[in-house]
Design a binder for this molecule. Structure first.
Ligand code: GLN
Length: 552
């Protein structure tokens, strides 16, 4: 299925992981969009999990759920945010997914008696998935990010697929390597050797990079560019300097300084379709850089066990959603991490008093028992002290439990996820989920992806969205137990959003005469927050937080 004239840009990582290959891929997409092209980003993950849903966020970062319900890698979130697109399942693949379809085809005699092998069969499955993805979106350019680093054993088949695609698409395929130039402390000089070695390694796969994006702490000087050029067989102007910068959203603008867009189009023999339009993007970046007045937001979570730097990845979309709305309101977000488990020990009283300094509190999504009682204490404090509170998924369920315990007086109110035998099962398993759990079928079986919610007029939610029906993405197995809805409502909780058939509670809030902002959502609004279109509920929450700060 070879799509005519479609262009493919493959992005490989050299030297080491974690240097921003995903951001580079997203930024390449953004600048091509700015030149009038329809861009189709594809992420290829070498692991054997069929999707990212079964992975622990502390090890792998957050699970980003697509509209379709596919559970993917956090890079997909970056693509959606940079490109303003709702991506499809075809924009993502893992080795597990690829092998699964090859094996299923083999079981169904799809290979007609052949011996099924990694090459050609698995490789060709990869190619056909990339080509199919290019086909469905009406796009002109696919930017394919190959996960992992060159030299890893696991991604070799994907690199081989890229090489073979070059053979069948020739001028329509471009290779980019994102590399890293260390400045060792003792030497104090930027070293090009690791990049040279990484390019050699890529060469050994039969691939010559056309462009090298050189990540480093500081910009590359002319000498380094020339050295890389001569030793890696690229022209000096095709070595793009990518120094560390304050915000990832500046990367497309920086790339443009080195004329990366023009260079790419030159290679692909394309003419820009419009004058480069990065006006809205630049104005967002300006707001981001110029915001001075702070708004203090606390995120109360439990994924704190592996050190702070991993932590932010586990809640990446939540952090970005807070930032977009804060910048939109010309505020500088100061995000603090609070370990919910700290509220479960003897010092919880003093800890709770410490919450006073925050303008708003978020309890994000989560699973299982650990840290839950601490979260409930924090929610109670926020409710009783009128600190703006925003609960995301688990954060909504726990707010409902807190309300049931302390307002309705149902002391053992709980979720059956934690205590299946509790008398008051305020949060119960969604009926369809019962069989799946009993059979131990966990992978990709939650209530996932986009569903509609109907909003009640006169509520915070309705005011924020400014419409009657919204679509949001989900990832959960449990819900507010319908048996308790009436009781909760009689006691002042308002279910301001529910599924169109009225059975599933999607948004719970308290009226504004009782609390400036106490709202929880069963879905994940953070997944749809974008730099140029911040999410209305995050914006409403931040407005309340700013108001709270003013009142002092
Ligand atoms: N653990 C809860 C559930 O499965 C909440 C999930 C979440 O926060 N994503 O319903």
């Amino acid at each position: 299925m070879k799509k005519k004239n479609h262009k493919y840009i493959f992005v490989f990582g050299g030297v080491m992981s974690g240097v921003g290959k995903g951001v580079a891929t997203s930024s390449i997409g953004r600048i091509l969009q700015a030149k009038g092209f329809k861009v189709n980003p594809i992420k290829v993950d070498p692991y054997l999990n069929v999707d990212a849903g079964t992975m622990n966020p502390t090890e792998h970062g957050e699970v980003f759920v697509l509209r379709s319900g596919l559970e993917t890698d956090q890079d997909m979130g970056n693509y959606e945010r940079f490109l303003g697109l709702d991506l499809k399942s075809e924009n993502y693949m893992t080795s597990g997914m690829v092998y699964k379809s090859v094996i299923e085809r083999e079981r169904n005699l799809g290979y007609r008696g052949k011996c099924v092998e990694a090459i050609p069969h698995v490789r060709d499955e990869i190619i056909s998935r990339i080509e199919k993805s290019a086909d469905i979106n009406g796009s002109q350019i696919s930017v394919v990010e190959i996960g992992g680093t060159i030299g890893d054993f696991q991604n070799a088949l994907f690199i081989e697929a890229a090489r073979v695609m070059k053979m069948s698409h020739f001028d329509d395929v471009l290779f980019v390597m994102v590399s890293y130039l260390p400045i060792p402390n003792k030497i104090g000089e930027m070293k090009t050797k690791p990049t040279q070695n990484a390019v050699r390694q890529l060469n050994s796969f039969g691939i010559q990079p056309d462009i090298i994006i050189a990540r480093s702490e500081i910009p590359l000087d002319k000498k380094r560019k020339e050295k890389i050029a001569i030793s890696c067989s690229v022209r000096p102007e095709n070595v793009i300097s990518a120094p560390d910068i304050e915000s990832i959203y500046e990367v497309p603008l920086n790339f443009e300084k080195d004329k990366l867009g023009e260079i790419i189009l030159g290679f692909l023999k394309l003419k820009p379709q419009t004058k480069t339009d990065l006006v809205a993007w630049k104005s967002f970046v300006n707001k981001l850089k110029n915001a001075k007045e702070e708004v203090n937001i606390a995120i109360v979570g439990k994924y704190f066990d592996t050190g702070d730097f991993v932590l932010s990845d586990a809640y990446l979309s939540v952090i970005e959603a807070v930032k977009f709305s804060a910048f939109h309101l010309n505020r500088k977000p100061k995000i603090s991490w609070i370990n919910s488990k700290d509220f479960e020990n003897g010092h919880s009283k003093e800890m709770l008093l410490g919450l006073k300094k925050y303008d708003g509190i978020i309890v994000p999504g989560g699973f299982g028992e650990s840290g839950v009682e601490g979260k409930i204490k924090v929610i109670q404090y926020a409710r009783e002290h009128k600190i703006p509170y925003f609960g995301l998924c688990y954060g909504m369920q726990l707010a409902t439990i807190e309300y049931s315990r302390h307002v309705l007086g149902l002391k053992d109110a709980n979720t059956v996820e934690i205590n299946p035998n509790t008398t008051h099962k305020i949060i119960d398993v969604i009926p369809d989920q019962k069989k799946l759990i009993a059979e131990g079928r966990y992978g990709g079986t939650m209530r996932l992806g986009a569903y509609l919610a109907v909003l009640k007029k006169g509520t915070i939610a309705h005011k924020a969205y400014g419409k009657d029906i919204v679509e949001e993405r989900h990832r959960h197995r449990y819900e507010v137990n319908p048996e308790y809805i009436e009781k909760l409502e009689e006691n002042g909780m308002v279910f301001s959003g529910c599924s169109p058939d009225g059975t599933l509670m999607e948004i719970a809030e308290l009226p504004q005469n009782k609390h400036p902002f106490f709202l929880g959502v069963q879905f994940h609004p953070e997944l749809q927050a974008r730099p140029l279109t911040p999410h209305p509920l995050f914006t409403e929450f931040l407005k309340a937080a700013i108001g709270h700060k003013k009142r002092g």
